[in-house]
Design a protein around this ligand. Structure first.
Ligand code: M6R
Length: 631
């Protein structure tokens, strides 16, 4: 996910920016860049020098060594790590973008970029990149041409923007200022005790200089200058007060990024983990949808006629969800097996079957045993694993690595979402293959293409969902307070929501030690409904998808029997909301198939907040191990 740093003060800006960007590397990115204010014009006649490159930060670090002295000594600049959504991850598309005298970096998505682009083209502008970000620079440029100052021009330009995005802008016409706007994606600002001010996508680059920060809210604008930081309201343009927060972070807490528990940190790292996993899975230089990178694993997957997943715990839930996607998009036969059962059965596998072990740790004894046994029998095996060098990764014939990074909390969160993404990507890639095989060579499948497009912007949508003020985190906290003493919980859902219901119940059991069952909503009346009374809570996963109405009928059945209802559904679903005692709205995603990526964090946060109130050892729940290496 994109990361932003901006600095003006008394320190060499290039050092502040590069160090700051290195602290934001964890967010996931595929290109980097910096822009530095110059005291006098450079050979191109401009007063802002830009260096950017595709690939890792070290590419720009190298470019920075050959900067002219006046850029090296610059005391003001902005920097960016980009993760491509609109346009490929090339140097051209990397930020900062220059538009005349305006230079900017951007994090998020301008949803109406197509309309804006057409309008700008009609006005005679010629964008140099494929990005939505660059377009904002033209808007500011045009407003400044009408006589507005930089801050006013940014405010007016923002009025035409639809989408969740933050921008940071400089102009050669007002070289003593950096303007930053937070609108859905995070931004933190601070005063540098040695003079000047800094802003960044999170507090990590700032903690180097000060522990007192301003967490900006959505719709806040900050103007950084040598004199410090002033805040304004983006809608009214009037000055506003933003309270500062003192971050009294121990080294340990800094390791946890300021979060009280690794699990919470890892919940918030999920968008980044998705970005990194997409980068690992795909060959992003290709233009088709879901272009899997070339390796043995891809060959095995593409040759398979039937998929047999083996896994345990949350990884099994991921596989179950994968089945829904694979059947729908790729029309391939899929079975999902508990590794501990499968290994002692005498299963019948058809020729062409591929056995896929899904495991976060890559060490789970039962999953490993199945992979070994299948290999012995000459059955092709594939692994979806988070830990490199782990036994399952070594044993399987082909491997796809999820890129969740180290997951410290014993209860799996971000690793699970990266498993989801990997299996969704398998569905997309197999669907594209199927489409080509059906004689539509060169053409693309609109359903798969739309899914791919929406998958690329999913991390942004998830960030906005997780980080919204008074959003899902706050809702989960409030609900937890009312339900902490409930006797037990059912999590119910149909379709894509069913595996998520299983996961919600598992999370609550694991970290809060509260009895919970996950059920396919249609199964409730076949027994468990006998348990329902007013001491029971039913968490109903009912997004507006093909299964919603049926799930709502099941909700009515448990409501009639006195259960307290927590619903998780579409923000516009007022009927569902009216039936519920507690309510967590989901984000509006273009594609129903992607809703598990938002529902899962919602149930994770609910379980987390209940566990906090129970005072359990959240990161190391009793009796559990991160790697289950015994049967
Ligand atoms: O490492 P694995 O994904 O193979 O582990 C499988 C399960 O042990 C694991 O998912 C377990 O259920 C977690 N504690 C879930 O939070």
């Amino acid at each position: 996910m994109c990361g932003i740093v901006g600095y003006i003060g008394k320190r060499p800006a290039v050092e502040v920016l590069l160090k700051g960007l290195s602290r934001l590397e964890y967010r996931g990115y595929d290109s980097t860049g910096i822009a530095l204010r110059l005291e006098t014009e450079n050979s191109e006649g401009s007063k802002i020098e830009i260096r950017k490159s595709e690939g890792k930060l070290e590419n720009v670090q190298k470019l920075a060594t050959s900067l002219p002295a006046q850029a090296k000594n610059s005391l003001c600049g902005i920097g960016h790590t980009r993760w491509a959504t609109h346009g490929k991850p090339t140097t051209q598309n990397a930020h900062p973008h220059r538009t005349g005298h305006v230079v900017l970096v951007h994090n998020g998505i301008i949803e109406n970029y197509q309309e804006i682009k057409e309008e700008l083209l009609a006005r005679g502008h010629k964008p140099a990149s494929e990005t939505d970000s660059e377009l904002f620079g033209f808007l500011v440029l045009d407003e400044m041409a009408k006589g507005l100052g930089l801050r006013e021009a940014v405010i007016v330009s923002f009025r035409g923007i639809i989408g969740v995005c933050s921008v940071v802008v400089m102009s050669e016409r007002e070289l003593g200022k950096i303007i930053g706007v937070r609108n859905g994606t995070p931004m933190v600002a601070a005063l540098d005790p040695s003079g000047g001010a800094i802003l960044a996508s999170d507090a990590q680059p700032i903690l180097e200089y000060t522990n007192d920060v301003f967490f900006m809210g959505d719709g806040d604008l900050v103007e950084l200058s040598e004199g410090g930081a002033e805040f304004f309201d983006l809608t009214t343009g009037l000055p506003k007060k933003v309270e500062s927060t003192h971050l009294d972070w121990s080294i340990d807490r800094i390791d946890r990024g300021g979060y009280p528990h690794y699990m919470l940190k890892e919940i918030y790292e999920q968008p980044t983990a998705l970005v990194d996993t997409l980068n690992a899975l795909l060959d992003r230089a290709k233009i088709e949808s879901f272009p899997l990178a070339k390796h043995r694993g891809t060959e095995l997957l593409m040759a398979a006629e039937e998929l047999v997943f083996v896994a345990c715990g949350s990884s099994w839930h991921a596989a179950l969800l994968g089945k829904y996607w694979l059947e729908k998009y790729a029309r391939i036969s899929v079975s999902v097996e508990l590794a501990s059962e499968f290994r002692y059965r005498d299963p019948v596998l058809r020729p062409g079957a591929l056995v896929i072990g899904v495991s976060q740790s890559g060490e789970t004894a039962d999953t490993l045993a199945v992979i070994r046994a299948m290999k012995k029998q000459g059955v092709p095996t594939l692994a979806v694993v988070n830990v490199r060098g782990s036994p399952i990764a070594r044993e399987a014939e082909g491997v796809f690595f999820t890129a969740a990074g180290p997951e410290i909390g014993v209860a799996s969160t971000k690793a699970l979402l990266t498993q989801f993404l990997t299996l969704l990507t398998f569905a997309g890639a197999l669907s594209a293959k199927r489409h080509h095989e059906h004689g539509k060579k060169g053409s693309t499948d609109p359903l798969t293409d739309a899914l791919f497009k929406n998958t690329l912007v999913l991390p942004h949508a998830l960030t906005a969902y997780l980080e919204a003020t008074d959003g899902v985190a706050k809702q989960a906290q409030t609900i937890a307070k009312s339900l902490v003493d409930a006797k037990g919980f059912f999590f119910i859902g149909r379709g894509y929501s069913y595996p998520v219901a299983l996961e919600g119940a598992l999370k609550l059991k694991e970290i809060a030690y509260v009895h919970a069952e996950g059920y396919a909503a249609g199964e409730l009346k076949h027994g468990p409904i006998a348990m329902i009374d007013s001491d029971m809570v039913v968490v109903v996963l009912a997004p507006k998808d093909a299964w919603r109405d049926k799930t709502v009928s099941n909700l009515e059945e448990v409501k009639a029997r006195g259960a307290r209802i927590v619903s998780i559904g579409a923000p516009s679903d007022s009927h569902l909301r009216s039936l519920s005692d507690f309510w967590i709205p989901l984000p509006e995603l273009e594609d129903d198939a992607l809703l598990p990526f938002a529902m899962t964090p919602a149930v994770q946060l609910l379980s987390y907040e209940i566990a906090v109130l129970k005072g359990t050892d959240i990161d190391k729940p009793r009796n559990l191990a991160k790697s289950v290496t015994v049967e």
